[in-house]
Design a protein around this ligand. Structure first.
Ligand SMILES: Nc1nc2c(ncn2[C@@H]2O[C@H](COP(=O)(O)OP(=O)(O)O)[C@@H](O)[C@H]2O)c(=O)[nH]1
Ligand SMILES: [Mg+2]
Length: 264
């Protein structure tokens, strides 16, 4: 009898412990020379998470920054129970950084967000019910009628973005109006399956990730979001656009050859 009780106690302790360690959400933040913006963003994320009743992990992937991005992130995250700051010795690109963070994430859900929180973290509230409804990916969109653009990008940047998206829709992803918004939520299994295959290391990685999602049969929801553009940008209008176009053509070629799902 005593033995039986002990067994029960041990079992229930283990279950509780499991529950306690269980991470519901991982937030991955790619960061390249973000010393000016990352501190405030991490504080905003922590303030938001403190009001929530789930356990969340914050992962910053410092992509070979030459400034204090990693130090500042470590200082602030010292106050947060579950976090990782990963530093690449050299700059590899946003796609490579997001991939690393997602593959290291332990949460049931994985969100990646830009370091400047141009899509405010509170927007996540709109995303969670869609996961409940059975979507595997929920992606932020600045291009839907209900999208609420409070601070716009420059005219040129906005129109170059729109032209890129038009090309993406024409070549690869019919029906997805804004592939590039840096705020996307994944179910863990989808995140791992997609990002373990991802090859694009630069800014066009979102296109490959969404294409992989479609090919793997995952359900994608697009959500209109608030966007408050941060005037600073790591995107170099011409250099980054040329690299993105090049990456897009490489994705198209792989899709045409039927080896987009190939794991290298
Ligand atoms: N890992 C990595 N992240 C980058 C790189 N360039 C930009 N980012 C990150 O990508 C996100 C979006 O960059 P941002 O400058 O805000 O671009 P914009 O808002 O589209 O003009 C931020 O979190 C940046 O730190 C890069 O070369 N590597
Ligand atoms: Mg930005």
């Amino acid at each position: 009898m005593t033995q039986g009780n002990n067994d029960i106690r041990i079992k229930s302790e283990t279950a509780e412990e499991k529950n306690h360690n269980h991470i519901f959400l991982s937030i991955v933040i790619p960061a390249y020379n973000e010393e000016k913006r990352i501190g405030l963003s991490l504080r905003k994320i922590i303030d938001y998470l403190e009001l929530r009743n789930f356990r969340a992990e914050i992962i910053v992937v410092d992509d070979g920054s030459s400034d204090r991005t990693a130090e500042i992130s470590r200082e602030i995250l010292a106050d947060w129970s579950v976090s990782q700051v990963i530093s690449f010795p050299e700059n590899r690109g946003k796609g490579a950084a997001v991939k690393e963070g997602v593959l290291r994430a332990g949460g049931e859900l994985v969100l990646f967000t830009d370091a400047d929180l141009s899509t405010p973290i509170e927007e996540l509230e709109k995303f969670l019910p869609l996961i409940e409804q059975g979507f595997d990916l929920v992606i932020a969109s600045r291009a839907l009628p209900e999208s609420d653009i409070r601070k716009r990008q420059s005219w040129l940047r906005e129109h170059m973005g729109k032209a890129f998206n038009l090309l993406v829709r024409f070549l690869l992803l019919k029906g997805i109006k804004d592939t590039q918004c840096g705020f996307k939520l994944f179910q863990k299994a989808a995140a791992k399956e997609i990002f373990s295959r991802l090859q694009t290391t630069g800014f066009a990685f979102d296109v490959e990730a969404l294409l992989l999602a479609r090919k793997l049969g995952y359900k994608i929801a697009q959500v209109p979001v608030v966007w408050i553009n941060s005037p600073e940008s790591r995107v170099r209008l011409f250099r980054s656009s040329i690299r993105m176009l090049w990456e897009l053509l490489k994705i198209k070629r792989r899709e045409k050859n039927g080896d987009i799902l190939h794991i290298s």
